[in-house]
Design a protein around this ligand. Structure first.
Ligand SMILES: C[S@@+](CC[C@H](N)C(=O)[O-])C[C@H]1O[C@@H](n2cnc3c(N)ncnc32)[C@H](O)[C@@H]1O
Length: 246
């Protein structure tokens, strides 16, 4: 569970916070070309919280938002009426095999609520239909652990190899595996260093919404251009997209 205040900050800031705007654009860029849309498609935003990174999905297909937190579901219901919110635990998802053509899961497997991320991803592979997609995006780089991770109740950060192996172990064909937010790595090291000396800390969500007056948003746009052609070899997020074999 996250603090209720953290949800409120997420909901209040997600439209204008540079990270959410950039992440929505990044996920669209990576996922939309891979969609093979069919009229009966249903998507799942797994642990979708308030819908800050996944609400765009329902432009393409009806989208179930599954999250543990009633307060997040309520905020999503008000802010993004296209969702079908369901209160559910990722570790015991109440969906039949092949129910969805896409499962998106953004920054949830890292959480202390999820002791066995590999089992959760195997379940994603079960509930996605053959030919469907599973997209995972998680905090990366274990050396960057800091107080934001404590506030968001993190148990782990992933390496890209770990996240990729998790999807591979669930029987998914990996179609994309890359880091993202490479340009945040040096400042995150500095903030971690300040944290450990008791000089930093707190949540990132309400910090620096504009992204240094727009600079971080511009860097994210440039990185997305590179990601059209290359994978990033490092970064603050790890992203894996897998397809369930036909
Ligand atoms: C950092 S938020 C991310 C929310 C959303 N995916 C986004 O990108 O904005 C993490 C969310 O995962 C949810 N979550 C984590 N573990 C969960 C579990 N086992 N079952 C249901 N929800 C879970 C939390 O309730 C929280 O809303």
């Amino acid at each position: 569970m996250m603090d209720a205040d953290e949800y409120r900050r997420m909901a209040a800031n997600s439209d204008r916070h540079w990270w959410y705007r950039s992440t929505r654009a990044l996920l669209r860029q990576l996922i939309e070309p891979q969609l093979r849309l069919q009229p009966d498609d249903v998507f799942l935003d797994a642990a979708g919280g308030t819908g800050a990174t996944g609400a765009w999905l329902h432009e393409h297909a009806p989208t179930v938002l599954a999250d543990y937190e009633a307060v997040a579901l309520q905020i999503a219901r008000d802010a993004a009426p296209g969702y079908r919110p369901v209160q559910a635990d990722l570790n015991h998802l109440p969906f039949a095999e092949g129910s969805f053509s896409l499962v998106l899961c953004v920054t949830a497997l890292y959480h202390r609520l999820n002791p066995d991320p590999a089992a959760v991803v195997r379940d994603f592979a079960r509930i996605v239909r053959p030919g469907g997609l599973v997209c995972l995006m998680e905090p990366a780089n274990k050396r960057l652990w800091r107080s934001h991770d404590e506030i968001t109740h993190a148990a782990r950060r992933f390496s890209l190899a770990e996240l990729r192996a998790t999807a591979d172990g669930a029987g998914l064909e990996i179609i994309r595996a890359t880091y993202a937010y490479s340009f945040l790595t040096p400042p995150a090291f500095i903030m971690g260093w300040l944290d450990r000396r008791g000089k930093g800390g707190g949540s990132d969500v309400d910090r620096n919404q504009s992204g240094l007056g727009g600079i971080l948003g511009v860097l994210a746009t440039l990185e997305r251009r590179l990601l059209r052609h290359f994978n990033m070899p490092f970064g603050l997020s790890a992203i894996v997209i897998g397809r369930k074999p036909l």
